[in-house]
Design a binder for this molecule. Structure first.
Ligand code: IMP
Length: 441
């Protein structure tokens, strides 16, 4: 009996609210598998009145589902331990029955953070400073440290002493001692700290790919959880203003180690407007009071870096491209409530290029996207409702589906659906579990 593979992907630039959708979908999942990215991600789940911020851990841990950090993820061991501790303090204990880390996953080590800090990419691209790019670069160059080697003291010690970047950094602090002496001392400190982390993490080691494939073979449901978003994909996103991994649905196959036929559904998560952090082209960006309103009302500050997100109108050209790259079977529109109180809503439906070409989708290059002038369709806005009112709408939605929404909000959702050409399966109207309305079939 074949199980069901469901991929959840950010349709825009990340921060679409995947955490809460994965949390809800994980209720009926047997395994939640995070397939790429690292501690650059920030997924927020609000459960039983408590806010949980996840960076590396799959969202399934909140419901104590089997949660796998797959081979395609880059793991910062100290960050991971910090996150496990924070969750424990928040009432969620994580043991080896819940969490598994693939032995093939690449580790993020201090030299990766250092390399990122020295690269200037923080300023140029607005990277999160988590060492993600250098860790993936090492993986591709075959000079990385995988979880299995990290757990092996000899291999760990050898890698620490090998890293010339680390040596250069260490040499700067050599004081009165010889560089070799100082290096040796600092390497030892690093080794002690990381081998301690290794002994704490050892119990989680597993073959996530093998486990997922076996589970699918036994008819189980596996949720593949993406981090970041389609337009940050290293190949198909707005390069070079992208991350170093592959958030797109195909990335689930590569990162988790399953064949394309294991994927039955691809759920795209799109915010009802657009946000991005870091630099890069953003044709519908709002740099006015309305933008400020959306930032404040939507709480648009990064979960990982605390940075203010850039905001703009919903861009359907982006969503059409995103659909091509992912093959969405359905979309979930999040944060619809945030648009309440704006009298006229705009949706970008095409780009006019300097040579007068009109494009319905994103051009291939960031340099072209920078030159795009958005063309909008204007919609009537809907009223600003209080949290209590939205709760009422969400409750009514259980009976009535989208018809429980204010009339103009339904029109907005229907318009987006017809412009993108993908069924919108749900809209969310608040951050808590249950503040979501599912379409009535
Ligand atoms: P990196 O992933 O830290 O290398 O950063 C590359 C780009 O991706 C930067 O513009 C980041 O702001 C962005 N980015 C990385 N992770 C996330 C995320 O989880 N949400 C939104 N943007 C992200």
């Amino acid at each position: 009996m074949k199980g069901r593979g469901i991929v959840v992907v950010g349709a825009q630039f990340g921060d679409e609210g995947k955490g809460r959708i994965v949390d809800e979908l994980s209720e009926t999942a047997d395994i939640v598998a995070r397939y790429q990215g690292g501690s650059n991600a920030g997924h927020t789940v609000v459960a039983e009145g408590r806010k949980h911020k996840l960076h590396l851990l799959p969202t399934g841990v909140v419901r104590r589902r089997r949660s796998l950090v797959c081979a395609g993820v880059v793991v910062d061991p100290l960050k991971l331990l910090g996150e496990i501790k924070e969750l424990r303090e928040n009432g969620i204990a994580i043991d080896e029955n819940v969490l598994g880390i693939d032995v093939r996953a690449q580790m993020v080590m201090p030299w990766h953070r250092e390399a990122e800090a020295q690269s200037g990419l923080g300023a140029a691209i607005g990277t999160t400073g988590q060492g993600i790019g250098p860790a993936y670069a090492d993986a591709t160059a075959r000079t990385g440290l995988r979880f299995a080697e990290f757990l092996d003291e000899k291999a760990l010690a050898q890698k620490i002493s090998e890293r010339t970047v680390a040596k250069t950094v260490l040499a700067e602090t050599s004081g009165g001692k010889s560089v070799e002496e100082e290096n040796h001392g600092l390497e030892k400190i690093m080794f002690n700290e990381y081998s301690r982390a290794a002994s704490e993490l050892e119990k989680f080691s597993c073959d996530a790919s093998g486990e997922i494939n076996e589970a699918l073979g036994r008819g189980k449901r596996v949720l593949f959880e993406g981090a970041q978003g389609t337009l940050l994909d290293n190949t198909f996103g707005t390069y070079p203003f992208v991350t170093s991994s592959h958030p797109i649905a195909g990335g689930a196959c590569i990162g988790a180690g399953v064949g394309p036929s294991a994927i039955d559904e691809v759920h795209g998560i799109a915010k009802a407007y657009t946000t991005r952090v870091g630099t890069g082209p953003f044709p519908t960006e709002l740099q006015d009071e309305l933008g400020e309103f959306l930032v404040e009302k939507g709480g648009e500050f990064g979960t990982t870096t605390g940075r203010r997100r850039r905001v703009g109108w919903l861009d359907v050209c982006m969503l059409r491209t995103s659909d091509e790259l992912n093959g969405f079977t359905q979309l979930h529109l999040t944060k619809l409530d945030v648009l309440g109180g704006i009298s006229k809503l705009k949706i970008c439906i095409a780009y006019e290029m300097p040579d007068r070409r009109v494009l319905k989708k994103m051009p291939a290059l960031s340099t072209e996207l920078e030159q795009a002038t958005p063309q909008y369709v204007e919609m009537e806005g809907f009223e600003q409702l209080s949290g209590e009112d939205w709760r009422f709408v969400a409750t009514e939605g259980r009976e009535k589906g989208f018809d429980a929404l204010p009339k103009q909000a339904v029109e907005y959702v229907k318009k987006v659906e017809s412009l993108v050409g993908v069924r919108i399966a749900s809209v969310s109207v608040g951050p808590e579990r249950g503040m979501k309305i599912t379409v009535k079939e």
